[in-house]
Design a protein around this ligand. Structure first.
Ligand code: ATP
Length: 313
């Protein structure tokens, strides 16, 4: 007999706003999103509202307006259905350095009420799932950052969550650890919603099925990488200028990046709907371009007022 299939989880944000007590401005404003299984990256700069949103979704704080629905149930009125199936890896999960990976997981399993034998079995299963089967007896204090983060994921999986929230998980990991960790999130997302917050565009590009770009408490756009790139088509240009012209370029256009070139500086810039610099060539958009366009930091205002007008257009 086959086990009955679980309904795919569904998380709906309906006009969610939040103003922290005593704060002069909202941390989140009228945010709406509908999420199913897969990795979703919340991508935004510092102060965008990512942590506030994650704490609302983890039912730690309530939105001051709007609703969050877990499989149709309002999580502010009835948080238990979501809490039962929630896994959370905060930025620093306070790994106790003296405990081994297995001791730490067995301790948490016992705290969640698992009997001794079940806790041992679950610990072994989870360490294998995060590719740490051979490291069960290594102390957390003797692990690399990437290994510790995988233990962090293992603890978040103890209750086999349907919603896994992971806050800025790749900070401090080297490139190899980072990519292994992001691959693991992808594997875990087959039948779960994995919500990853990050300000690193390449992490979002490498791991996410969908990306929600947040800045200033507002959802700027959500979609697949392809959808975000389509939105950016026709706005990205590259040109080479003498390095002395760079400040003026910055005053007039949003610069994505610069690189030294043989005869000056290669500049990648955004000119949405406007005029690119004379001689600039259109470039195929990348996620970094889409993100910068959506977050929309403007050319330096100090220059833009006057000096920028001197740049040849
Ligand atoms: N407890 C609080 N009280 C008052 N204001 C807060 C509080 N927590 C966050 N804020 C403010 O809310 C806004 C959003 O902050 P939040 O921490 O959610 O952003 P973030 O995207 O997670 O940023 P970071 O990447 O820096 O953690 C910021 O303006 C922040 O100063």
């Amino acid at each position: 007999m086959t086990a009955p299939r679980q309904q795919p989880p569904r998380l709906t944000l309906d006009n969610v706003s939040h103003t922290h007590r005593g704060a002069g401005h909202p941390a989140l404003e009228r945010l709406s999103l509908d999420l199913g299984p897969g990795v979703v990256a919340l991508l935004g700069p510092n102060g965008a509202g990512k942590s506030t949103l994650m704490r609302i979704l983890a039912t730690v704080v309530r939105p001051t307006a709007g609703r969050v629905l877990w499989n149709g149930t309002d999580t502010a009125r009835r948080p238990e259905p979501l809490r039962r199936v929630l896994g959370y890896l905060p930025q620093d999960f306070g790994a106790p350095a003296r405990l081994t990976a297995a001791e730490f997981l067995r301790y948490l399993a016992a705290a969640k009420g698992l009997p001794h034998r079940a806790a041992r079995a679950r610990t072994a299963e989870l360490l294998a799932a995060v590719n740490l089967g051979g490291e069960a007896n290594r102390r957390l204090g003797a692990m690399s950052g990437g290994m510790r983060q995988r233990v962090g994921i293992a603890q978040a999986l103890l209750n086999d969550p349907r919603l896994l929230i992971v806050d800025e998980p790749t900070v401090g990991l080297d490139p190899g650890e980072r990519s292994r960790f992001l691959d693991l999130l992808g594997e875990l997302a087959a039948d779960r919603i994995v919500l990853l917050s990050t300000h690193i565009v390449t992490d979002a590009a490498a791991s996410a099925d969908r990306i929600a770009v947040l800045s200033g408490g507002r959802l700027r756009r959500a979609g697949t990488v392809a959808e975000l790139l389509r939105h950016t088509a026709g706005s990205v240009f590259e040109t080479v200028v003498p390095s002395s012209e760079l400040p003026l370029m910055r005053a007039r256009w949003q610069i994505v990046r610069t690189a030294r070139a043989e005869h000056g500086v290669r500049v990648r810039l955004l000119a949405p709907g406007g005029r690119p610099p004379e001689g600039a060539a259109p470039a195929a958009p990348e996620l970094e371009d889409a993100y910068r366009l959506l977050v929309g930091e403007q050319p330096s205002a100090a220059f833009a007022a006057g000096v920028g007008a001197g740049v040849p257009a």
